[in-house]
Write a protein that binds this ligand. Sequence first.
Ligand code: AMP
Length: 509
Amino acid sequence: MTNHLLDTLKVAAGERHASVFARRPDGTADTYGDIVDLAGRIAAVLLDAGLMPGDRVAAQTDKSVEAIALYLATVMAGGAFLPLNTAYTSDEMAFFLGDAAPRVAVVDPARQAALAPAITAAGVPAVLTLGADGGGSLIEAAAGRTPAAPIARGPDDLAAILYTSGTTGRAKGAMLSHRNLASNAATLAAHWRFTADDVLIHALPIFHTHGLFVATNVVMATGGTLIFLPAFDADRIVAAFAQGATALMGVPTFYTRLLKHPGLTRAAVAGMRLFVSGSAPLLSETHRDWQARTGHAILERYGMTETNMLTSNPYEGERRAGTVGFPLPDVAVRIADPDSGAPLADGEIGAIEVAGPNVFGGYWGLPEKTRQEFRADGFFITGDLGRFDAEGYLHIVGRSKDLIISGGFNVYPKEVEALIDGLPGVAESAVIGLPHTDFGEAVTAVVVPRDPAVPPQEPAVLAGLAERLARYKQPKRVLVVDALPRNAMGKVQKAALRETYAGLYGGGG
Ligand code: AMP
């Protein structure tokens, strides 16, 4: 009997059961033996609850080692793990539970009462709890159980459903198979040279592909150790550098915040071999500042919930700031005309389309939507726009829905943002299109000052761009704000900005 994903993650491999899987903030540690045993006992509880192959286990729980065990347990019991953002409200939970119809829901004990109406409305047969401290009815039920043996599952079977963090329209559940997850874990582990000696600082949420699959699966597949932190905390990360850590995976905000920490020095990171960034664009400036400060070039990679990881800067060779590197082995990436799907020449900007064993099978319950997002030859249309440069590095210029069409001309926000970010007094910027009677959309810059006491002035920003950008790309207005709206993964929420400022030009469209 084989379970494709768990075999790749070597979950049943007895010889490494004494090695440490996770070091907890309180100084205790869980070995691989511990986590596999707990997962086996939780799997027994899930099977008792009537979980059948393919059934969903929805989990809205705080980050804990036990929550990782629940993920493994679900896969072990033949189910599909469905992690949900801890920020989702009861109303949002009602949608997800209704849509996914899980057999089991695992929630925070403190939220059980508030979620009861959503759970009842969705008719979820079994509800268990798991708290941030690793306690709750799930763990109580698992105590003293005989661990279940893994249920046989093949590469095409469903292993997880992750709802995309989509900022517009209805959230869609991406169905990920055992092959999707296993192939990407193996590819990344080899590409980034992970071994059993690695100690990865894990400070990402585990309801998202980055923290759950990229970070956790890669380490598990190679038998390394996690320094398991409940959330991002610059002090704790700097402390972890001195505790044998070798690698960090983070979103760009991790790096910008760590750069503000006085403890970030070359000496402090002497034991580190790899810093990876992804899930949102890393500013070239951050890349350069990090290299100057630590001597390390951050390795930026690109992927998404639906596809797992797609491209990566090289482990050896130049890690080029502002790019997401080359397609990973076995992953095909092409640039196509967004309308016709016809391939474009290198250097041209177009829709990023991808194929490979890592690419999901479709959206849960949405066959029509799924068909629309795939080309006839099986390539998935990512919704990102990009181009390959002469050396084959992929540059992402933004989401296609963030593309601005002003007076009939395409404006790629990233080009304008990069110039604004280089102006004096600017920390960062977001360029959006807002409804405008004459132009259709008006290019609009939202700017965050480096020092709130001396915000950059609109005329100065406009003057700074005047000679460097074609007129149609220049912002019509520059707005100064304290901070840009971001989601849990540090992605700027442009849809929220468009909504906030929809009426700036009289709302006329
Ligand atoms: P998610 O499904 O939440 O992981 O979001 C995936 C999206 O994040 C991608 O489609 C990209 O738009 C964006 N993204 C991920 N990694 C990068 C990166 N390194 N640079 C720029 N955008 C990225």
